[in-house]
Ligand binder design. Structure first.
Ligand code: BGC
Length: 603
């Protein structure tokens, strides 16, 4: 059966099933909750359509088998057929945004900003396929990826989830990533979810969940454009965004969701809310539910309060404040996706051919990740052709990010805010381990105090940011900026403590400059490798380094860095974001040090 959402055979099956459903069953399908908030019994009793894992929410010992068994229990509950219950398979969703990153031992790919620098759509498709298989290995069928944000202000904490500040790369990647996840075969299709609709990367001052103040033409040109490619590729789900557009929350925006996305752009899959995203539509939850449903959201990600959600939605329908036609439209879309990706045909998770598959975290996938690391590195400076390094040279490796697989993976890895050590990232290599494999005489000294010109020909200093996710990665003036003068954010907004108050690395992490200077002052030339989720102001670190490489957040396969530093491969990455020389306080407009597209190589 053809997997297209417009397939007439699927339509017929959807209509037949819809006819059998009562109101409780319909609104249940429209509800998704977090695994910690619901049991398999709840799934059955309340007809819930979906369960998710929030970032870092993992069953048992967090092995593929724990995930398979968990989803198997939800699936079995959803598939019980009785007078009160219809068998409709659950769809389980995770944030597999750089590999199946919640699960211990998964292959962790570079975050999107690095993939943008690689500018290699064909590689993206292979990454998506590998990710799909590692998702299927855990018995799961849906990922909230890829992110199509076009990040316009580097202070935004989610900049690393964005492929580029220009939408050309984002559009070409959207198509490949969706195709890679939603394979044509029913057995290995993972439902993709492009996010966040729309304008998430365009908020004023780069405030996460803030306000995107743009004319429609500007919104369309920059932020809407990549969604056309995703819809053409057949993406089955789209997530609404926390941000507002000119002061109105996207979650309550009927024009953006219903008129534009569904009617005009022809999206036939379903729209899911973000995490409790409708809560910000009104102080009154009943009112918020009505606004979200009537705006056109089809499925609601409700972290805990799903019982009140069900009650409120039912009352809205009984009162006539939400028309039955809107409920039917939502349920049709959800069922269409469930049929189209073959969920009704799949056996229970413990019996699926891909469940617990040995490809999970296996060498084939790690090789793709390593290739992606190599291709994502951008060489910003290489005085006196210090790079490539000779493997026989006496190399000192230093810096807080040299031997820390947690740091190099960044946020959304095992835990929502990422991991801070090597142990949590099972498999793979730290950047130091990769260097050491190729140059066994290299030595490690985290802060560089052991640097000795008699012993060391050259130093590789790996510096940069620590892991963060979402608003906790923001760079903001104060700790609690909520509604700034001139911003038009209406209503409630959750604001998390920011990562820092400046994009200047020497202020954010003075220990990094100190390490570089400690070594360089002894006359040892320094190759600096920056691990970061965004371009930072690094003028002083650049001045004191002979060579400088932007490595972004490379993920678990740190060897990819050594592959290029030693010249086994050339640099290929080009900046998909302009690099700031300094940042003016307003509008995030930077004076450029390196333009978009910049990147040196050995040739
Ligand atoms: C994020 C989404 C994510 C969701 C589920 C939200 O906080 O904004 O990108 O998919 O959580 O974990």
């Amino acid at each position: 059966m053809e997997k297209s959402l417009a397939n007439p055979e699927i339509k017929a099956r959807v209509e037949a099933l819809l006819l059998q459903m009562n109101l409780d069953q319909k609104i249940g399908q429209m509800t998704q909750t977090e695994r910690m908030s619901c049991t398999p019994e709840d799934v059955k009793n309340y007809h819930l359509g979906s369960v998710l894992s929030g970032g870092g929410s993992c069953p048992g010992d967090n092995r593929p088998d724990d995930w398979v068994r968990m989803n198997d229990a939800y699936w079995a509950a959803s598939m019980e057929q009785s007078d009160e219950h219809l068998a409709i398979p659950i769809i389980y969703g995770v944030d597999a945004i750089h590999g199946n990153n919640n699960v211990l031992g998964a292959t962790v790919f570079p975050h999107n900003i690095g993939l943008g620098a690689a500018n290699d759509p064909e590689l993206l498709q292979r990454i998506a396929q590998a990710t799909a298989r590692e998702i299927l290995a855990t018995g799961v069928e849906w990922t909230f990826a890829p992110t199509l944000a076009v990040a316009r202000d580097k202070r935004w904490g989610r900049t690393y989830e964005s492929y580029s500040e220009e939408n050309t790369i984002v559009g070409s990647y959207a198509e490949k990533f969706v195709n890679g996840l939603q394979s044509d075969s029913h057995d290995d299709c993972v439902v993709a979810c492009v996010k966040h609709w729309v304008g998430d990367g365009g908020t004023t001052h780069g405030i996460d969940q803030g306000d995107t103040a743009l004319s429609f033409d500007e919104l369309k040109r920059t932020h809407i454009e990549p969604y056309y490619a995703a819809i053409d590729a057949g993406v089955m789900t789209i997530m609404a965004s926390f941000n507002s557009w000119n002061g109105d929350k996207c979650h309550g925006h009927r024009y953006l969701i219903s008129d534009l996305l569904k009617d005009e752009m022809g999206f036939q899959g379903f729209v899911i809310s973000d995490w409790d995203g409708i809560d910000y539509l009104s102080e009154d939850y009943f009112d918020a539910v009505g606004k979200g449903v009537n705006a056109g959201i089809d499925m609601f990600m409700v972290s805990e309060e799903w019982q009140p959600f069900l009650r409120h939605l039912k009352r809205h329908v009984q009162d006539g404040t939400v028309p039955m036609s809107r409920i039917d439209d939502a349920v049709r879309r959800i069922l269409t996706v469930k049929f189209a990706c073959g969920l009704f045909e799949r056996p229970r998770p413990v019996e699926r051919p891909w469940s617990n598959h040995e490809c999970f975290g296996g060498s084939e996938h790690r090789d793709i990740a390593r290739e992606a690391v190599r291709k994502s590195l951008v060489l910003l400076k290489n005085d006196s052709d210090l790079l490539p390094l000779n493997k026989q040279a006496n190399i000192l490796v230093a810096g807080k990010n040299a031997h820390n697989r947690g740091h190099q993976c960044g946020g959304f890895t095992v835990a929502w805010q990422g991991a801070l050590d090597n142990e949590t990232i099972e498999g793979g290599t730290s950047i130091w381990e990769g260097i050491h494999q190729q140059s066994p005489s290299a030595t490690l000294s985290e802060d560089g105090r052991d640097a000795d010109p008699e012993k060391h020909d050259v130093a590789i200093v790996v510096i940069g940011e620590l892991p963060y996710a979402e608003g906790m990665g923001d760079i903001r003036d104060g700790n609690d900026v909520i509604v700034e003068a001139g911003s038009q954010i209406k209503g409630l907004m959750k604001v998390l403590e920011p990562y820092g108050h400046t994009l200047e690395l020497a202020q954010l992490h003075p220990e990094d400059l100190a390490t570089i200077q400690r070594i360089a002052s002894k006359g040892i030339p320094v190759v600096t490798v920056l691990v970061s989720g965004r371009p930072l102001v690094v003028n002083r670190e650049l001045d004191d380094s002979t060579s400088f490489v932007a490595a972004w957040l490379p993920g678990s396969e740190g060897q990819g860095v050594a592959d290029v530093l030693f010249g086994d491969y050339d640099f290929q990455g080009r900046l998909s974001f302009s690099w700031p020389e300094k940042v003016s306080a307003d509008a995030g407009i930077d004076d450029e040090l390196f333009p978009y597209g910049y990147g040196l190589n050995y040739q």
